[in-house]
Write a protein that binds this ligand. Structure first.
Ligand code: GRF
Length: 217
């Protein structure tokens, strides 16, 4: 079973989606550690409720914060690190050390609307379609090779929150699926591109909302 470490700064609904997918055996993986830079992150409570080791790691000193996270991940023999709403930019040494084993979810169709509050950026820009992206992390934020994307319509009367809510539901699908593809050994990084090797399809196996998924889903 793939040992997964999750980094999360907030309420942790993406973490919950990963835990649920593991418990339902949709993915052959297990969350072995959850790390937060925020002592009050609900993500830490969610971890504890499922008997997963939860760590608050103070981030006032960035170097120490990342060294400690690295130490925790190593101590649990983590094979894949997932950024699930982890709101800090990781240093090059950390990203390079874990490169190819470090993925992130972003609530927009990258390369559009990088950085914080991507959903508000999308509303303010006036796009008609946005969505979410999973990608391998590299040295630049929200930049590394893309694994999966899914498109979500922006409705005329959407607010930042109503849009974020609809995107989030889709995030909860593509993030566990990305872990699944990694676990199945189906993700091959070729420069900026991620080739997805053939295999099963979640679109065929499960029923999903009316959104456009990239290949590999
Ligand atoms: C998600 O929208 C994620 O894409 C973004 O931050 C949010 C985290 O939500 N990076 P949650 O903590 O998983 O509920």
């Amino acid at each position: 079973m793939l040992k997964v470490g999750v980094l999360a700064s907030g309420r942790g609904t993406n973490l919950q989606a990963i835990i649920d997918a593991c418990e339902k055996k949709m993915i052959n993986a297990k969350v072995v550690a959850v790390i937060s830079d925020n002592e009050k992150a609900y993500a830490l409570e969610r971890a504890k409720k499922h008997g997963i080791e939860a760590y608050f790691v103070d981030a006032s000193d960035k170097e120490k914060h990342e060294r400690k996270m690295d130490e925790i991940l190593e101590s649990h023999d983590v094979e894949l690190v997932v950024g699930a709403g982890y709101m800090r930019i990781l240093s090059p040494w950390f990203v390079n050390k874990w490169y190819g084993k470090l993925i992130n979810i972003h609530p927009a169709l990258l390369p559009s609307f990088k950085g914080i509050d991507a959903q508000r950026q999308a509303i303010e820009y006036g796009v008609k379609i946005t969505g979410c992206t999973t990608h391998f992390m590299d040295e630049k934020p929200d930049h590394g090779p893309i694994i999966l994307q899914a498109a979500v319509r922006v409705k005329e009367d959407d607010t930042r929150d109503s849009l974020a809510e609809r995107i989030l539901r889709v995030e909860h699908q593509i993030l566990p699926r990305s872990i699944d593809l990694f676990e199945q050994g189906r993700l091959v990084i070729e420069g900026r591109r991620v080739k997805i090797l053939p295999g099963d399809s979640w679109l065929e196996k499960y029923s999903y909302p009316d959104v456009l998924y990239s290949e590999g889903y």
